[in-house]
Design a protein around this ligand. Structure first.
Ligand SMILES: Nc1ncnc2c1ncn2[C@@H]1O[C@H](COP(=O)(O)OP(=O)(O)O)[C@@H](O)[C@H]1O
Ligand SMILES: [Mg+2]
Length: 360
């Protein structure tokens, strides 16, 4: 695998906050960043050398972008397959198409996980509204309908309880191909954030315990900041599963697996993200090399950095108007503040995050 040198250019598909934090990490190593995003001046472009502003299906723009970059990575998974093919022909894509294709579609993802022998919540594919009632019954009458593609932050999902109207749920997700899954009565949600290098070596971060509000991540906690102490064997199991997933995909870069922990301490994989993840933001303030840093190292073909955690940490997302309290957070001596430079604080929009730390 070829390695980058300081002064080389990383292309990032997507200009949101994940791209922004990747770009900041790349800058530390003297790498240039070129953002590809259809929006003008997205959060990542503000801290990057260049931006191509074009649609993800603009063949001419994609080709020029590929020629301008030494390696291309991405900060979200919903890039059209045809566009990835164009890029892959002209440039090095890390992680490559296999990682994206598997995680773009919840049904393909679940089958892939089952093929690896990993447990997922009971589910059934749904292609029309008529499929739902019987599946809902079979899955225990407390279920969640999720679109196969393009869902994030709880979007594209509908909860079904008891005899609820299946057609209403179907309509609310836009009548798209979906999966129906059992609502898992979990005792905790955790995630494994791992990084895998091109030579197959991998490293894991400690396992955060995650809480959600309205389907959006609210907090991720490690160490003293969480009441649920992840047993060591469960943590190892989650990390091993995430590395197996990355190995099977030939993944290069950071990969995240989200899990439900059941009452009997069984692990069910909820979903995977072939990228840096919101539940890994605490690593920025609690580890020598954070997830963005290690992602850059991996895609650059460089040695991975330490994933060791020097502090306990509690990451809290700033959603919508939460950002307005930034000066209050700045006054706390044990809190670091990260704002994404988004201009419009829409409801449910991730505007920044804060991390409270305590020495371990
Ligand atoms: N089968 C399920 N059982 C219980 N809770 C669920 C289930 N699926 C999703 N959730 C809740 O909704 C959150 C978001 O769902 P997820 O499938 O991770 O979609 P997204 O792509 O929006 O992150 C999960 O983190 C969890 O809190
Ligand atoms: Mg999720």
């Amino acid at each position: 695998m070829t390695s980058l040198q300081p002064g080389d250019t990383i292309g990032i598909l997507g200009g949101g906050q994940l791209g922004r934090m990747m770009a900041l990490a790349a800058a530390r190593y003297g790498l240039h960043v070129h953002i590809y995003d259809p929006e003008g001046a997205p959060p990542a472009a503000e801290v990057s050398a260049q931006q191509t502003r074009a649609s993800y299906t603009d063949e001419t723009a994609l080709k020029a972008f590929a020629r301008a970059c030494d390696v291309i990575t991405y900060e979200f998974e919903n890039i059209p397959r045809e566009s990835l093919d164009i890029l892959q022909n002209l440039a090095t894509l890390r992680p490559d198409i296999a990682s994206l294709e598997t995680s773009q579609d919840r049904l393909i993802e679940k089958r892939f996980l089952e093929d690896l022998g990993l447990a997922v919540a009971p589910y059934a594919p749904v292609d029309r509204s008529d499929d739902i009632a019987a599946a809902h019954e079979a899955l225990g009458r407390e279920t969640i309908l999720k679109t196969r593609r393009l869902g994030y932050d709880g979007k594209g999902q509908a909860s079904l309880k008891g005899d609820e109207d299946c057609f209403a749920a179907w309509r609310s997700i836009g009548e798209k191909s979906a999966v129906l899954e059992t609502r898992v009565p979990f005792i905790a949600e955790i995630s494994a954030i791992i990084v895998r290098a091109g030579n197959g070596t991998a490293a894991s971060y400690d396992i955060p315990v995650n809480t959600h509000k309205s389907g959006i991540l609210d907090t991720s906690a490690v160490g003293c900041f969480t009441d649920f102490k992840v047993p060591a064997d469960l943590a190892r199991q989650a990390q091993t599963a995430a590395i197996r997933i990355a190995d099977a995909l030939g993944h290069v870069g950071v990969l995240t697996a989200e899990f439900f922990v059941t009452e009997t301490h069984a692990l069910l994989v909820n979903e995977i993200a072939p990228r840096v993840h919101n539940s890994g933001h605490w690593t920025m303030d609690a580890c020598l090399c954070d997830q963005f840093d290690n992602h850059v190292r991996a895609i650059a073909g460089w040695p991975l950095g330490s994933t060791d955690r020097h502090s306990d940490a509690l990451m809290t997302n700033l959603i919508g108007e939460d950002e307005n309290r930034y000066d209050q957070f700045l006054s706390a001596s044990d809190v670091q503040v990260h704002l994404y430079g988004k201009t419009e604080a829409r409801k449910g929009r991730k505007m920044g995050h804060i991390t409270q730390i305590a020495p371990r």
